[in-house]
Design a protein around this ligand. Structure first.
Ligand code: 7TS
Length: 408
């Protein structure tokens, strides 16, 4: 595990939720806290070189452009993309997935084509496909989930063999069950069946070493705000040949090469997909987040999470009125523990824990269907990151006993 001194880098972690009640932040799957390095990089841009990118031939604009494009290069290296031209800035994972749906999807799908998503997806990797299926006449099918919260690989193989699958979309790690999918094998199987693959990496990149070339995913989407970076920026990685063939997503400034009243030719990758003034400070902040994570090493990040998740699973298993959904061991999962607290609604759990300074998330976590499929109630979800320490898990367990006492 990381030394607890890492927490000194995160200003929010030393605050009190109310006088005398220190914050215990167990909601990093929703959004992570930000280190000083990220906050400073963003304020430095606003204080020193705030300017638009790609436009002005003046010092500030050149510095802003270098910051923005430098961040793209850092991200490309971080995920081992062959080229930074394949790294497109979006607003978040949601927009990255919608970009693929409304460009690649509209061009390549129609009646008779099958889109394959899964029962465990976040709505961001589900609703766009429902909308796209309705628009194109394609059929949407779902890979089922096993009772312990993994994707059913036999059913996946069967669906790939039996259906005219053109696109497979699944998440690297579930934000409810915490289960980590065998991405590489699933991508290879989809390719063998002639399908294109999009991986929702919103819970992947923050927690695991990700090498998009090794995984061989065609598209890989993630959000900065879950990996120590700011809100308002996300990334779509896509293979060059696919991106080249796709029409633009939005039209406007920066995405063009030449515009006349008769028509427009489009900019090169990646700018073809980045219409309008981008999130400049946010890109710079994300670049600083990548530096920070690389400083720790993603293997070490993953090891820390496995250790803290093992500890949490162990401690929570001792609590007789709490059940954890998802795979039983930490090896198959990331730092998420969604809890069913016997006889207490998760909103009440969350509200009472907040009184002890403990921040968790309650509900269905923007993944309603998996709750219906597994026939489970909404959950109280604790989630962990690089700054989570065992004492916080102990406080959670203690808090849960107080919650149970309160509700008799
Ligand atoms: N995919 C997964 C697997 C996610 O966990 C999330 C956000 C998203 C997509 C969407 O990310 P966004 O940045 O585009 O909003 N998950 C959560 C969560 O678990 N609690 O709050 C947000």
């Amino acid at each position: 595990m990381f030394d607890a001194a890492i927490r000194d880098d995160f200003p929010t972690l030393s605050r009190e939720v109310k006088p005398g009640v220190p914050l215990i932040y167990l909601d990093s799957a929703a959004t992570s806290q930000k280190p000083n390095a990220v906050i400073d990089a963003m304020t430095d841009y606003y204080r020193r070189y705030n300017s638009n990118v790609h436009r002005g031939i003046h010092t500030l604009s050149e510095e802003a452009t270098a910051g923005y494009e430098g961040a793209r290069l850092k991200i490309a290296r971080f995920i081992n993309a062959p080229s930074e031209a394949e790294v497109i800035f979006t607003r978040h994972t949601t927009e990255a997935i919608n970009l693929v749906a409304w460009t690649w999807g509209l061009e390549n799908l129609g009646p008779g084509a099958v889109l394959l998503s899964t029962q465990m997806e976040h709505h961001a990797n589900l609703v766009p496909w429902q909308m796209l299926a309705a628009r194109t006449g394609a059929t949407l099918r779902y890979v089922p989930v096993t009772p312990d919260g993994m994707l059913d690989q036999e059913a996946y193989t069967r669906l790939l063999n039996e259906e005219n699958v053109r696109l497979v979309a699944f998440s690297h790690m579930s934000n409810v069950l915490g289960s980590i999918q065998p991405v590489k094998a699933m991508v290879a199987a989809a390719h063998a069946a002639g399908a294109v693959v999009l991986v929702d990496g919103a819970q992947g990149v923050p927690h695991l070493p990700v090498d998009v070339q090794a995984l061989d995913a065609d598209f890989y989407a993630f959000s900065a705000h879950k990996m120590l970076g700011p809100t308002g920026i996300g990334v779509l990685y896509g293979k060059r040949a696919l991106l080249e063939a796709m029409p633009p997503f939005m039209g406007g400034g920066d995405m063009i090469k030449k515009v006349t009243l008769e028509g427009t030719t489009y900019n090169e990758l990646p700018w073809k997909f980045e219409a309008g003034t981008p999130a400049i400070a946010e890109a710079i902040g994300l670049g600083a987040a990548v530096d920070y994570l690389e400083g720790l090493g993603m293997q070490a990040v993953h090891a820390h999470e496995q250790a803290i998740t093992s500890y949490a699973l162990e401690r929570l298993a001792e609590v007789p009125f709490v059940e954890i959904v998802g795979p039983p061991t930490a090896e198959q999962r990331g730092g998420v523990a969604a809890m069913l607290v016997d006889g207490v609604h998760p909103h009440d759990v969350s509200q009472l824990l907040d009184g002890y300074g403990i921040a968790i998330r309650a509900g269905k976590h923007c993944a309603h269907p998996i709750h219906d499929v597994l026939e489970i109630q909404p959950t109280a979800r604790a989630s962990f990151y690089i700054y989570t320490v065992p004492e916080e898990i102990d406080a959670l367990v203690e808090g849960l006993y107080k919650v149970k006492d309160f509700f008799g």
